[in-house]
Design a protein around this ligand. Structure first.
Ligand code: NAP
Length: 254
């Protein structure tokens, strides 16, 4: 696959790790980064699913490898990152939902979401950041949510984690911008993936989303890819600590 002609968006020679990229938004990010010239490293826990995703990218002519590890397991994260060598671009994309009203939410569901959606970004960024600091160059992209700012009933754990991830983005910017590392985030609106399929299957929720979103539709994973390439590329070298919302206008209106 030939790299894009605009040099400031060219990722040729860069190595990008996308966590949670065996499907959905993470896999779309991996396709986009690879199309811009990067070698991509796919991550998830299920090796068979990762191998299928890697085969798709390889067949399209992209440079790809896989690294199966659980992003919530500190020892596994550190061992995997040490084995991977140089990583120039890190996308912290892994996320899960465990829905329940806060008054009924179990500590297990609270902790599972905080660990997967927030603590994982700290663990993986800390491990990858050591090399970025030594090389004085790097890009970190945290996948936030509309719920980094806005809450909904039954997703208090998710909103708390995504709000924390937005603030972690700013905290990392405060500490690492001086090393020529840009840390930004993307806040997707409602995007059709396995994570949101239960919501889209509910006709009431589906029509609420279409009515509430000025664009009048759910987002697709491809709606997010250009922003990821921008935040991974030299084009964004003076963009830092920012959250880029991609929601069809939902958060712009009441
Ligand atoms: P998805 O389709 O459910 O995919 C989640 C990915 O994460 C899978 O590849 C999964 O693979 C991996 N994963 C889950 N737990 C993991 C762990 N502990 N260690 C390593 N990998 C793990 O999710 P998605 O909809 O693409 O969402 C991706 C990100 O976008 C999430 O952070 C989500 O919160 C955010 N987001 C999504 C939407 C939306 O509308 N879909 C909106 C806003 C934000 P394995 O299960 O094999 O590990």
């Amino acid at each position: 696959m030939s790299a894009p002609s605009l040099p400031s968006f060219d990722l040729t020679g860069r190595r990008a790790l996308v966590t949670g990229s065996s499907q959905g938004i993470g896999l779309a990010f991996a396709r986009g980064l690879a199309a811009a010239g990067a070698h991509v490293i796919l991550n998830g826990r299920d090796s068979a699913k990762l191998d299928r995703a890697a085969a798709e990218l390889r067949n399209a002519g992209h440079g790809v490898s896989v690294s199966a590890f659980d992003v919530t397991d500190e020892a596994a994260v550190n061992a995997a990152i040490a084995a991977l060598g140089q990583i120039d671009i890190l996308v912290n994309n892994t996320g899960i939902h465990r829905r329940a009203p806060l008054a009924e939410m179990s500590l297990a569901d609270w902790e599972a979401v905080l660990k997967t959606n927030l603590t994982s970004a700290f663990l993986v960024t800390r491990a990858v950041g050591a090399g970025m600091i030594a090389r004085q160059r790097g890009k970190v992209i945290n996948i936030c949510s509309l719920q980094s700012d806005l809450a909904r009933p039954t997703t208090g754990n998710y909103a708390a984690a995504k709000g924390g991830l937005r603030t972690l983005t700013r905290a990392l910017c405060g500490e690492w911008a001086k090393y020529n590392i840009q840390i930004n985030s993307i806040a997707p609106g409602y995007i059709l993936t396995d994570l949101t399929r239960p919501l889209a299957a509910d006709p009431k929720f589906d029509s609420w989303i279409k009515g509430r979103t000025p664009a009048g539709r759910w987002g697709s994973v491809d709606d997010l890819v250009g922003a990821c390439v921008f935040l991974a590329a030299p084009a964004s070298d003076f963009v830092n600590g920012h959250m880029l919302t991609i929601d069809g206008g939902l958060s712009a209106v009441i």
